[in-house]
Design a protein around this ligand. Structure first.
Ligand code: NI
Length: 181
């Protein structure tokens, strides 16, 4: 396993529409190694999710894992490691909820983004087995953020009020985000 370099905003790979993988490709040693490296990279940077384009691979893979003690977010419950390949999202409740989002590809910044509060995700796991889950709250936000990466979309594209785009350090200093996290 290896920690991979994370692409930052401005790198064209983050604006590329990633392609789907076949079941055979998913189970190949190369893709299994990529998934292992994505997990190691996610943990190294204390992220909550990471998409393959962020490590320079335009493939439809995202990994998500977070604990209640994540230093970058204040969240109530954790989520065990989950790998999503070729995910498809259906909105179950379009009521939007807001969160101060950050991204390992946009270091040091956070922005207020509104997204549907409840979704269903149909995807393949790392063994190419179909999995369907429903997600709401923080997990629903994280998944939508990670799957946006697969379409070349960054959370900054979804900030409606540009006054709510700021350095995380300043947000913490002035406590602007405290009540929302
Ligand atoms: Ni991101």
């Amino acid at each position: 396993m290896a920690i991979r370099k994370v692409a930052r905003m401005g790198n064209p790979v983050l604006r590329t529409k990633a392609r789907e993988l076949t079941p055979g490709e998913i189970q190949s040693p190369e893709v299994q190694r990529l998934i292992d490296d994505m997990v190691e990279t996610l943990r190294e940077y204390d992220g909550v999710g990471l998409a393959a384009p962020q490590v320079h691979e335009p493939l439809r893979i995202s990994v998500v894992e977070f604990s209640a003690s994540n230093p970058r977010y204040d969240i109530g419950a954790g989520q065990g490691l989950t790998v999503y390949v070729n995910p498809r999202v259906t909105v179950l409740d379009p009521t939007e909820e807001g969160l101060w989002e950050g991204c390992l590809s946009v270091p040091g910044l956070k922005g207020w983004v509104m997204r549907p509060r409840k979704i269903r995700v149909e995807s393949l796991d790392r063994h190419a087995k179909p999995v369907t889950i429903t997600a709401e709250g923080f997990l629903a936000t994280v998944l939508q953020h990670e799957f946006d990466h697969l379409d070349g979309v960054l959370y900054v594209d979804r900030i409606k009020d540009k006054a709510k785009f700021a350095f995380a350090e300043e947000l913490a200093k002035f406590r602007l985000a405290a009540e929302d996290l």
